[in-house]
Structures are given as structure tokens and as C-alpha cells.
Design a protein around this ligand. Sequence first.
Ligand SMILES: [Zn+2]
Length: 149
Amino acid sequence: MKCPFCNQDNTRVVDSRPVEDTNSIRRRRLCDACGRRFTTYEKVESIPLNVIKKDQNREQYDRSKIQSGILRACYKRPIPIEKIEEMMDAIEGEIFNTEEKEISSTRIGEIVMEHLKDLDAVAYVRFASVYREFKDVSTFMDELKKFMN
Ligand SMILES: [Zn+2]
């Protein structure tokens, strides 16, 4: 993205965070040419981000998929929904903090686990076990069947 001050193209993202209810990301950017900072608001759907799955297939980034994995892990745990929302925002901020156009599902899983670890041990273990089991084809098929039912 071009710097609005000096029009050079070498700017980089120094901080990203989701803006509540607008489905957009607020980004602080730094221009390496003139050293100035500026803020952009970018619609999530306008930021190209593909998730590389374990089978190397790509799919478009989808917040709700990550969120549903987290909600499953937090099922019946004494965690206020606001805490989960807050954590989800932090996770999404981290995911969008690079300007890479692709991120691996493995990396996303790691980011989620880092955050869950601080939130709730049981939720963390649940998420981690699901996440690891997905490496095994037969358990993955079992999980899939459960979702189908
Ligand atoms: Zn500049």
C-alpha cells in the first residue's frame, strides 16, 4: 500500500485489530521511506487471505470457522462470551498482522492454542486434541461423520 505522505510503496503493517461489528480491520502502517505512520480501515473481505489446509488445498479465510472451533472447545466451560469474543479479536488481529496472502491452518491452530492456553485449560486441551487428531485420516473421518449427523 502506498504511503499517503511520500507516495512510496514500502509501507508495512505494524498492528492490526478487528473493528467491532463492521467486519473490518484497523491497521496501523509504517512507511519505511519517510518513517510516518498512518491508519487504514480495510474490509475483511477485501483483504485477500487464503488458508492453506493440511492437504495443501486453499480456501478463503473465514472467521466463523475459527470461532466455531473455539466455541466447541469452550462448550460448557465457565467462560463469558465476551472473553471469547475478545480472544477471537486478538487471534484475528494476529492473523491479519502480516501482509501475507496465505496462512497455513497449522499456524492458525497454533495461534488459537497460544490464546486458549491463557484462557482455560480444559478448552485448551479439547482444542489441542481435536487439532492433533485431524492429522490422522481415520479420526478425521469420524469427526466428519459427527458433523454430518
Ligand atoms: Zn512515506
